[in-house]
Design a protein around this ligand. Structure first.
Ligand code: FAD
Length: 409
């Protein structure tokens, strides 16, 4: 069972640069505006614009693709349906062969919903829409299932293995798993924001504008001060504030770009975009050094090559071909039959700011799904599964793990 699968994707990146700093394709335009770190360097007297500062340490990437598997399948299906837009980030256009991916994409969210739903139906997934996890059923150190609320009322859903994909680790927290969370400005952290879609009128800005779909674009909207998005009151207040600021934000964009004079806001997302809340304590916690040194792990199940976007006060590009995400980061300490996927896996802040990007986060999701399936099939607890078999399974599904010939295990 997977608890809390969402569809918030807008921009995905794939390709890191080898052996040199790379340009950033998987980050959030206005992130630094609300980040305490950004305030620091802005005070430090730098005069370049945010965009200028970002470009200054961008160099040409090479063409190593670090995320494949289901994520790649989704992008290729979107391509077939004309469901990909242009990413706003400067990038070299590689002459990709049929079936190969370019450096980064903006994703048509409507077509994305269609593609993932179709993939789920084709794979025989039982779906339960509009269903909220409201409790976890844990006994004797193991998760037996969850309690959900939906149109049918309240139900218990029992499972041999459960994946917490709520982003906020709601299942793990309610099951009593240990987690850490930076609240307010107590530590450097990413803050939240809202994006929205605009429709161009008779004219439009030249070049690529935000996540650009030709006649419309998804733009970064108002950012927010640090909130605790696991607190319903704070979350509601923040979403109210963000929504009420959208038209002022848009008016600002129109002043900056006169070609937007007859453009209009046509869509806002169903939820405020939450960047981080809880991080579950797992059997291993990824460290800053792991990310910066490009550490490889025997139990690799995914790879991140994205930059650390804010922690250091600038975008810290990795000068290697990505670091491994070990399986142990998905396995919570002290509670069996539960796996963690998504932005709340066991990690320090610095590596999280890299692997929380959409491409690696999808690879992590695939790893959690494959591990849960293997656990059910073999009868072993997720923490006890044969990781070599997991890696074989992931590779048979097309995942990229950089494990050489494929003969291992
Ligand atoms: C404003 C913004 C802009 C971003 N821009 C980019 C970008 O340009 N490029 C990039 O690569 N990354 C970007 N990111 C980061 C990226 O989108 C996230 O890190 C990533 O989506 C995290 O995925 P996730 O599945 O772990 O969590 P989420 O995307 O948060 O998904 C969690 C899902 O679980 C559901 N859920 C939560 N609690 C429950 C519950 N109790 N019961 C049932 N369901 C529940 C939620 O509704 C949601 O659908 C951005 C993030 C934000 C907020």
């Amino acid at each position: 069972m997977i608890a809390g699968c969402g569809i918030p994707l807008l921009l995905v990146c794939w390709l890191p640069a080898a052996g040199q700093p790379r340009k950033d394709l998987c980050d959030d335009e206005d992130l630094s505006r609300t980040s305490p770190r950004h305030t620091d360097w802005a005070r430090g007297g730098r005069t370049r614009s945010r965009r200028g500062a970002r470009r200054a340490n961008q160099v040409e990437p090479d063409s190593t693709q670090t995320v494949r598997g289901i994520a790649e399948e989704i992008i290729l299906r979107l391509e077939e349906l004309d469901g990909l837009g242009r990413s706003p980030y400067d990038q070299k256009e590689y002459p990709t062969e049929a079936g190969a991916l370019a450096y980064s994409y903006a994703i048509d969210t409507e077509k994305f919903k269609y593609v993932v739903l179709k993939l789920c139906v084709e794979a025989g997934v039982d779906l339960l829409f509009h269903t909220y996890v409201c409790d976890s059923i844990a006994e004797q150190g193991a998760l037996r299932g969850i309690v959900v609320e939906n149109k049918s009322g309240r139900q218990a859903v029992l499972a041999q293995a459960t994946i917490d994909a709520t982003g906020d680790a709601d299942v793990a927290a309610r099951a009593g798993a240990s987690f850490w969370q930076a609240r307010g400005n107590e530590a450097p952290r990413l803050t939240d924001g809202i994006m929205y879609r605009i429709q161009f009128g008779q004219s439009r800005p030249s070049g690529v504008f935000a996540c650009d779909f030709g006649r419309n674009a998804v733009v970064w909207g108002p950012g927010l001060p640090a909130i605790d998005a696991t607190n319903a009151d704070e979350l509601s207040r923040a979403e109210t504030e963000a929504r009420l600021r959208i038209y002022d934000d848009f008016a600002g964009k129109q002043r900056e770009h006169p070609e937007l004079t007859d453009a209009r806001v046509i869509e806002t997302p169903p939820l405020l975009g939450i960047r981080q809340t809880r991080f579950v304590e797992g059997e291993y916690k990824l460290t800053a050094q792991d990310a910066i040194s490009g550490r490889r792990f025997e139990d690799v199940v995914a790879i991140s090559s994205c930059p650390i976007i804010s922690y250091y006060g600038y975008r810290r590009y990795l000068d290697h071909e990505g670091y491994d995400i070990p399986y142990r980061c998905l396995v919570p300490k002290g509670i069996d039959d539960l796996l963690i996927a998504g932005r709340c896996i066991s990690s320090e802040q610095q590596p999280y700011e890299s692997h929380r990007a959409m491409a690696p986060i999808m690879a992590i999701g695939q790893a959690a799904g494959a591990a849960a399936a293997l656990s059910v099939e073999s009868g072993a607890h997720p923490r006890g599964i044969d990781v070599k078999r997991l890696q074989q399974l992931l590779r048979s599904q097309g995942a990229e793990l950089r494990l050489g010939t494929g003969d291992e295990g």
